[in-house]
Ligand binder design. Structure first.
Ligand code: NAG
Ligand code: NAG
Ligand code: NAG
Ligand code: NAG
Length: 457
């Protein structure tokens, strides 16, 4: 049931999909008739899960449970169409050389040979490629929703940590894993997330009154003139829509001024946190039992694991394992507490979130899938803007706002790639964020995108 994204002409699948076009949205079936792809780390009763690994797929066979997060979407009327390809065990494999067990899905934008982003690669690519598919589920631990959303120029989010049960979903780290949804329209993204996450009904009366812009791209640094124009226009419209005061922010600088006693620079505190949390958790919760179960069934042999996840697991085990993992969680908590009291993640009684943070997630620069990279040897080290929502547990959605031209080394023509911005609010403000995106869609500040090489007709 894996959607093979190079197969644009699968008539059988197409007919099946059309024959199910009977449902209308109703009050209790808000997502009736929405065709849904699901990342192949969510268990669905009656079918196998690969999580991008052949050994796992054949060893564990048919699932006996459906993940409650997916069941909730089915109960809301969504129609499950198929599983979508994932970076192995939801880590980070870069095309094409890291994708040893399964081939990397195709990003339809630009020349068709750009990386789709990951780890929810197939879910993102399917929404960029298949007009008959309305939405796809992925997950985000360290960027796995946001990167495909940016690379494909579609809507995709990570919610507040803990937004929805991740039982019967293959784990990377329970401390950081979240479930998100990709769509081509701001209206469906807002409707689906509000219906899907159960606990974010709030009585806010206003939108955030502060707009925080992070990163030099807003001033044209490292982006094409076309991308800079799109960013400037979007920032102006966003400020007007919110009636907000815009501030350029420098998170590391604010940390330097206001950080809690006894903690070092932000880099020292956080450079290793993500690496230890994900590599130790996934080995404890998955890797070790996979090795044991496979060995028991195959005369003591070790299963094949792609270079990326294998390097991460081994790095975590040989650099301190559980002891470092515990410190990493403490460091994360130190950061989160600061973010919510002295940083830019403060809650607000009227608007849930005092501010809206906007930064550039994808500037439309090419990332060719036929590039040979150095082999992965460690988990991702270092701390950047994209890690803030991960460690703070705050909701973030990536939205397409424009296109940037490049000279393709594949087609030898001028092609275009999406420019995408991440919007983040305080933890728990998921509904306000959804309403904002819906409102921006109604005003035409955010637009529906189409499938294929360009995001707009
Ligand atoms: C489903 O249940 C059967 C029977 O108990 C068991 O053999 C099988 O391993 C289970 N499948 C999974 C994926 O756990
Ligand atoms: C919102 O207000 C209504 C009516 O006062 C109340 O019943 C509900 O619990 C409130 N919801 C939240 C999340 O505060
Ligand atoms: C935790 O923070 C301390 C103090 O800043 C730092 O020295 C250490 O390397 C960090 N460890 C991890 C695992 O994040
Ligand atoms: C593409 O190539 C042309 C001719 O060399 C150059 O003028 C133009 O700036 C290039 N465009 C981009 C987006 O790099």
């Amino acid at each position: 049931m894996n959607l093979l994204l190079a197969d644009f002409t699968n008539k059988n699948l197409f007919n099946t999909v059309l024959s199910q076009l009977y449902y209308k949205s109703t009050v209790d079936k808000l997502l009736a008739g929405i065709y849904l792809g699901v990342k192949d780390i969510y268990y669905i009763k009656g079918i196998k899960t690969s999580s991008g690994n052949c050994a796992y797929y054949y060893l564990y066979r048919t699932q006996n449970n459906t993940s409650p997060a997916i069941q909730r979407l089915l109960d809301l009327g969504a129609v499950f169409v198929g599983k979508t390809g994932t970076v192995q065990f939801a880590n980070r494999d870069r095309p094409t050389d890291d994708w040893v067990d399964y081939h990397c899905p195709y990003n339809p934008r630009g020349d068709g040979y750009q990386a789709p982003g990951g780890s929810s690669s197939g879910s993102g690519a399917s929404i960029g490629a298949y007009s008959w598919l309305d939405a796809a589920i992925g997950s985000d631990t360290g960027g796995s929703m946001r990167s495909p959303a940016a690379q494909q120029g579609i809507y995709g989010n990570r919610p507040s940590t803990g937004a929805i049960s991740l039982d019967h979903v293959l784990p990377l780290s329970p401390a950081l894993d979240t479930a998100g949804i990709f769509t081509r329209t701001p209206s469906l993204w807002a409707k689906a997330t509000k219906a899907w996450y159960p606990d974010f009904a709030s009585n806010y009366t206003s939108l955030p009154s502060k707009l925080y812009l992070d990163g030099g791209e807003w001033d044209g640094e490292g982006v094409t003139p076309e991308a800079h124009t799109a960013l400037t226009t979007f920032a102006q419209k966003l400020e007007a829509y919110l009636h907000a005061k815009t501030t350029k922010i420098d998170v590391a600088g604010l940390w330097q001024e206001t950080h809690p006693e006894g903690s070092d620079s932000m880099g020292q505190l956080l450079d290793l946190s993500y690496a230890f949390i994900v590599s130790v958790d996934q080995f404890n919760l998955l890797g070790r039992s996979l090795f044991n179960d496979y060995g028991a069934a195959h005369g003591g042999r070790r299963p094949f694991v792609n270079p990326g996840p294998l390097a991460r697991w081994m790095w975590g085990q040989s650099n301190g394992a559980d002891a470092q993992h515990e410190i990493a969680l403490k460091n994360m908590t130190t950061f989160r507490d600061w973010w919510e009291t002295d940083g830019y993640g403060k809650a607000d009684p009227a608007s849930c979130s005092e501010g809206l943070i906007a930064y550039v997630y994808g500037s439309g620069s090419p990332d060719y899938r036929n590039t040979y990279h150095s082999p992965p040897t460690t988990p991702p080290l270092g701390f950047g803007t994209g890690r803030i929502s991960v460690l703070a547990g705050s909701p973030e959605v990536v939205v397409p706002i424009g296109e940037s031209p490049y000279n393709s080394t594949i087609s030898l023509q001028k092609e275009y790639l999406p420019v995408a911005v991440a919007l983040q609010m305080a933890r728990g403000s998921d509904n306000v964020l959804a309403d904002l995106v819906e409102g921006l869609g109604k005003e035409g500040i955010l637009k529906d995108v189409v499938t294929g090489p360009r995001i707009w007709e």
